[in-house]
Ligand binder design. Sequence first.
Ligand code: SF4
Length: 303
Amino acid sequence: MLQQTRVETVVPYWERWLDLFPTVEALAQAEEAEVLKAWEGLGYYSRARNLHRGAAFVQESHGGRVPSTAESLRGVPGIGPYTSGAIASIAFGEAVPAVDGNVRRVFARLFDERAPSPRQLEVWGAELVDPDRPGDFNQAVMELGATVCTPRNPACARCPVAGACGAYANGTVAERPAPKKRTKVRVGAFVTRIERDEAGRVRMVRRGASLLQGMWSFPEAEVTLEEADRITVEAGPNYLGAVDHVYSHLRARYHVVRVDGELPEGLPLGEEPAWAEERWVEGDNVGELALSKAQQRVWEMAR
Ligand code: SF4
């Protein structure tokens, strides 16, 4: 929960999560929709799905007991090198490294290396980790990276390991590590349809294998930017407005259109993808489905 999210935001989620899923078994047996609903608002929903999958695996393969070594933890779906190292060292006292973004930066500077490979980072971590207090050691390096050896303007003058720091000695702190290439963010325009039947129910769809898999949304389809421009003008009073949302790789603008009334002919509404499930839902019940932040804002606007 804490990845990419602030502690203050997480605390109520964490408490609610433990009420809902107090054991590995409870989480393993929950419906995916329930798990996503409990995660709603935290974003990056693949983490919730991975937790759910991981719990099912631990229940089935380890009798509900979380494995205690980094190696066996890595067999659990959703657990990679960092997480396995963090759990094994902090929860079980195994002397293994846990290299996150902060630790990577500290090591790159300590060893004065521009772009250390993941393998190299693991080797340094394994050499340095304190065999008696591996969890404390790993957390101390993460904390050093978060509070002293920060990406910009690190506080070298008050750094406890400045005496051993290669980049500090060589005057290369500002260039270590070299910035990673940014992933390109695509711009996408979507038409989101608020469709109602005669009874006033709203058409909702559950997403298949794609962005936000398993979450519910209003039916939508991607259109070109030119088509989106046309929609804003030609949909007339059926055009309700736009909702912007930035994902890690996509800057999306959702143009929200009401389709219960008469729509002008020839509007470019795009082609809907195949959905995993469709349902007509009473307006008052839409909020009970697991909706992403963007879809919640679409619904606020539509109401
Ligand atoms: S001396 Fe500066 S660059 Fe080196 S570890 Fe400390 S804060 Fe980071």
